[in-house]
Design a protein around this ligand. Structure first.
Ligand code: DX5
Ligand code: ZN
Length: 229
């Protein structure tokens, strides 16, 4: 993985058909996805449950691009090796998930993955200032994590603008997760985001037997960002 600030669309499989992940991933990549975003939830850190390392490992062979794993779990550290073994390219932990984010990020990189840190909407960017030199990605949540299809929280725009300034020349991706649509995507691109996660806005209206809407949805987000002023 080489670093750049080009726009990357990362469909979240949280909005895909859970009985058909392999085919869904292949369809959405064929339709133009740049990364595949994989949401792991534990029913404790967030009020919803999804899946764990065995499923992540099973879908790895269907991903040709980048497997971007977003952990909404607490604790994180006991599971890092399992996600490395599952083939995660990027492993993102929440700063709110425990008292030792520095140790967690070290462990993620030590296990051979890129390390991401995610912030809930209520957490200020100052919470990660001291670890910016050791992360590959910062994920700003623009909904409260746990579910797809929620409404974008506009107060996060200013937060991303500040984060972009704080990152400076560091090769750190800025990822936005939650409520991304052709309407909200350009707002985040304009303040410095390069990875846009989108679940419902990509998978809505399509299926593995009719994947063309996935491509149309991805292009709508991309085009909206291209025409922004
Ligand atoms: C929310 C997840 C998101 C979610 C986004 O907790 O982390 O990745 O799938 O879904 P949309 O794009 O529908 O808001
Ligand atoms: Zn996510």
């Amino acid at each position: 993985m080489t670093f750049d600030r080009n726009l990357k669309i990362a469909p979240s499989i949280l909005s895909a058909d859970f009985a058909n992940f392999g085919a869904e991933i292949e369809a959405v990549e064929a339709e133009g996805a740049d990364w595949i975003h994989v949401d792991v939830m534990d029913g404790h850190f967030v009020p919803n449950l999804t899946f764990g390392p065995p499923l992540v490992k099973a879908i790895r062979k269907h991903i040709k691009t980048v497997m971007d794993v977003h952990l909404m779990i607490s604790p994180v550290d006991p599971y890092i090796d399992a996600f490395a073994d599952a083939g995660a390219d990027i492993l993102t932990a929440h700063v709110e998930a425990g008292p030792h984010i520095h140790r967690t990020l070290q462990a993620i990189q030590g296990a051979g993955m890129k390390a991401g840190v995610a912030l809930n909407p209520g957490t200020p960017v100052s919470a990660i200032e001291a670890v910016l030199d050791m992360v590959d990605l910062v994920c700003i949540m623009t909904v409260n994590p746990g579910f797809g299809g929620q409404k974008f929280i506009h107060s996060q725009i200013e937060k991303v603008r500040n984060l972009r300034a704080m990152i400076g020349d560091r090769p750190v991706h800025i990822e936005i997760d939650g409520g991304i649509t052709p309407e909200t995507a350009p707002l985040m691109r304009a303040v410095g985001a390069d990875v846009l996660v989108a679940g419902s806005a990509v998978f809505g209206g399509g299926s593995v037997s009719d994947p063309a809407p996935y491509g149309k949805n991805i292009r709508a987000i991309r085009t909206a960002c291209d025409v922004m002023v």
